[in-house]
Ligand binder design. Sequence first.
Ligand code: SF4
Ligand code: SF4
Length: 320
Amino acid sequence: MKYISCPQLEHGITFYSNSVMICCISSHAGGGNICQIDNYKGELIDWDKFFEKRRQLRANSTNGIPDKCEGCYYLKEQEWPEGDYIDEVLIGHWTYCNCNCTYCYTNSDKKFFNSLRTYNIMPVIRDMAEKNILSKDALITFGGGEPTILTEFEELMDFLSDYGIKRFRIHSSGIKYSKSIERCLEEGKLALIVSVDSGSKEIYEKVKCVPCFDKVWENLREYAKHNKGSLIRTKYVLMPYVNDSWTQIKNWLNMTQEAGIKDIAFDIEDNWFKANREQVPETVYEMLDFVYNHYGEFGMNSCELYERASNYRIQHDEQK
Ligand code: SF4
Ligand code: SF4
């Protein structure tokens, strides 16, 4: 039977530093951020209760769509596979990072976030595998924070690879080179996304607040050498009045090409977008449009638009 839903609502799980959520999507009208378990610190999960709670959420919502999903562009009508299993895992339980982006939500209280302790996620991941809750076709995403500095990172990657997972998506600052990432790139299992947000050292340091521009590009070039069938994307998070310069954007595209990387991602900074979504300057669309329509001219194979950019493009096209 066809009905409206999304992959995360059906079979997704998101681990945060103190909660388990359904997904990490939040820029649409409903606001997302649907909590499944509060005050979570890595305890084993009662999976019967977990899936029952998910069913109840659907049953208590109009047409099976929770209010917090309203307007989310991930919703679509199709046949959805049945069963109590997970095939979309987002690991975002980090509490500290080796980068310091001005747009990071931890900037609201850096001291507090740096003082939190990241729980061990291995036990719950192992439990999911042992109970066949985790599909071997699952996509495992490390979202936010810096996975390569997690003490469990190598163990996690080895365990999940041995278990049979073939699709990883890792967001990394690119500051620390990782042998696990290198291995995954060689095995053709990985989408690696590194946000550089600039086309020069000066703007990089303005956005990221760490002196690591050269190191990140050195690591990107090295990762590119080991890429055998995986995907590496450099990403540009557009921050109006900070890095919204044509020179920066073109330098970023040229540097990506020179590093031997063939794929990019683009987004608009979350906080700014949420505060200004009704009055986005036309230049933002022009930059987005330029990147999306001209990436091939810079030797790129693809451009992924992240949540805000994708939303904005849809809204803007509808208004035309
Ligand atoms: S519809 Fe959107 S907000 Fe709702 S669960 Fe899916 S991705 Fe998350
Ligand atoms: S890399 Fe991500 S987690 Fe780290 S400071 Fe930047 S936005 Fe925050």
